[in-house]
Design a protein around this ligand. Structure first.
Ligand SMILES: [Zn+2]
Length: 132
């Protein structure tokens, strides 16, 4: 099953190839980071010279429109949209804290969490989904 990830603001596809491209900002340093589209895979490709330390809080934004992806329901999370070839669609919420592995796939039907830290984030997803 292939998933397409999109900016919730401008709808630009964020994984035109095999990776998800996001703009990242830590303190006053900025870079483009590449993420695996596979839930639970936290390998990140970072440009040479751009340091990310555990617990760095990253401001993610769309590389196309520049709008921050910070979640409106929890400022510790960032959100993008997804659509799968199997027909499901919804929101992916993931931790903004580097090294904190928590990802949630939210559809109208359910919330699936990935990552060893997923349970420690208390987020209310009731009522969320593509039909809200
Ligand atoms: Zn955008």
């Amino acid at each position: 099953m292939k998933r397409s990830y999109q900016c919730p603001h401008c709808k630009a596809v964020l994984n035109p190839g095999t990776k998800i491209v996001l703009r990242a900002e830590v303190d006053d340093r900025k870079a483009l980071l590449l993420f695996s589209p596979q839930p639970g895979n936290y390998d990140v490709i970072v440009p040479e010279g751009f340091q990310l330390r555990k617990k760095d809080r990253v401001l993610f934004s769309c590389p196309v429109c520049g709008v921050p992806l910070t979640s409106a329901r929890d400022e510790n999370l960032a959100e993008i949209s997804f659509q799968s070839t199997a027909g499901s669609s919804g929101t992916v919420a993931f931790s903004r804290v580097f090294g904190h592995h928590a990802t949630y796939f939210i559809t109208a039907e359910d919330v699936r969490s990935y990552g060893e830290h997923a349970e420690s984030v208390d987020v209310n997803f009731w009522g969320e989904g593509p039909d809200r």
